[in-house]
Design a protein. Structure first.
Length: 438
């Protein structure tokens, strides 16, 4: 039996956040209260589960999807909103691990995921920001390192990312913390909650059956498939796909042991009016290259959407607002005195190898999880890979075999991860002191 799910509000309603306040897809799905059967049952209604459902529908299979709370209730509906190609694992380390040709195939998947994301969004302005392109800037004064990164991205990922000088960056983002950077051409800002709910509605229109507030509590092996037992019903399926990630509890021991739940956070400021231009004039989303990076964008109402930090602890409320505001003022001290509107956190499933976990535990028992730090494009790609494997026997999921289900160190994994994060912060500070003179 699984551990109790962390619920926010009445039986898993959405937490207070920018996303829930601006949710335009109001559709609610029923609870599962019957015993039903299907070809494929997907467990987990975050972006990975919904992408798998939509991928199956596109290939003529009508799955059942069950979600413990609401669609995109977890990290999928609370995240930093940036979408571009790539994975959490750095490109150099990925090439070293699997070789250049294998890495290219993996990056083609995220390029495909970004293209498919844009296609599915269409012209929905409540989902996609109007300004295309995401800036990745260096916190460190090392121009050549940025240029080398651009060259490596072109070689391995087949993407042309323009170089931005520090003067160009500082003319739009008025902080002395920033040096040179690159523009992730084609990257977009996405309202992740609206998108995932929109995608779920599209999957249902195509024949998927979706149930909310229906947590899986047990998976039983049957003679010709699987039985997923929920609080009030059950699903018998030929094949199952687990997309629970950080919220898997004890539903499957092997996947749980390979998953490190890590929290990241977002702050939304009050509308700042013209004062925002004293700090952030650029309309592109921006992130820096520290391990403990910040990522942010300005919103149409003049608020600043500010994300960052990695933690295995769980600060909330006013404490979280103060922590995030302190980080913001390190970059933009000229905004001292502004007020926070709301701050929130979300758990993501973080594999120790920093790559998605995609594959089969045994024939017909699929898993599609571990996208923490890799982002929405890799999540959508994962849904395509698994759905194509189920529907057509495609074997691209084997591209992820070299990474496996490494033990995440539970119960001590969170303590180790938090200690490592503090050490990385110290390394960032020492590197900044060594390299940055102006």
């Amino acid at each position: 039996m699984s551990e109790p799910y962390d619920r926010a509000g009445e039986k898993g309603e959405y937490i207070d956040s920018y996303y829930s306040r601006t949710l335009n897809v109001k559709k609610a799905f029923p609870e599962l209260t019957d015993e039903i059967s299907t070809t494929v049952c997907i467990i987990g209604g975050g972006m990975a589960g919904v992408a798998t459902a939509q991928g199956l529908v596109d290939r003529g299979i009508k799955p059942v999807l069950i979600e413990a709370n609401r669609i995109a209730w977890g990290a999928s509906g609370r995240n930093g909103s940036f979408c571009s190609s790539g994975y959490a694992l750095d490109i150099e380390k990925l090439v070293k691990k699997v070789g250049k040709n294998h890495a290219r195939e993996l990056y083609r998947l995220t390029n495909m995921g970004l293209s498919l994301l844009k296609k599915r969004i269409g012209d929905r302005h409540d989902i996609r920001g109007e300004t295309e392109g995401l800036l990745e800037v260096s916190w460190f004064d090392e121009r050549r390192a940025v240029e080398n990164r651009i060259e490596l991205i072109k070689d391995v990922m087949d993407l042309e990312y323009p170089f931005w000088s520090r003067d160009k960056i500082r003319s739009l983002y008025h902080s002395k913390r920033y040096y040179d950077g690159l523009m992730k051409a084609g990257g977009i800002q996405v309202h992740s909650l609206n998108y995932t709910c929109h995608s779920a509605a599209q999957a249902e229109e195509g024949g998927a059956r979706i149930y909310e507030k229906s947590p899986a509590i047990k998976i039983a092996r049957m003679e010709n498939g699987w039985k997923v037992i929920t609080e009030k019903g059950s699903v018998t399926a030929d094949q199952i796909v687990l997309c629970c990630s950080a919220y898997i509890g004890n539903l499957n021991r092997k996947l749980s042991r390979a998953t490190l739940p890590v929290a990241t956070y977002v702050l939304l400021t009050e509308p700042l009016g013209e004062r925002l231009n004293s700090a952030v004039e650029g309309l592109h989303g921006l992130s820096d290259n520290r391990f403990s990076s910040n990522y942010y964008r300005r919103l149409p109402n003049g608020s600043l959407f500010w994300g960052g930090r990695v933690s295995t602890f769980n600060p909330q409320g006013e404490d979280l607002k103060q922590i995030m505001m302190k980080d913001l003022l390190v970059v933009y001290p000229q905004l001292k005195g502004i007020k926070a509107d709301v701050a929130w956190g979300g758990l993501m499933g973080y594999p120790v190898h920093k790559m998605p976990q995609i594959g089969q535990l045994e024939p017909g028992f699929w898993y599609n999880q571990g996208f923490g730090g890799s982002g929405m494009t890799s999540t959508i790609a994962g849904g395509e890979v698994v759905s194509d494997a189920i529907a057509n026997g495609d074997e691209r999921y084997k591209l992820f075999e070299p990474f496996g289900l490494d033990y995440a160190g539970k119960p001590f994994g969170p303590i180790v991860a938090q200690t490592a994060y503090w050490l990385f912060q110290l390394q960032d500070a020492l590197k900044s002191w060594r390299l940055n003179k102006n």
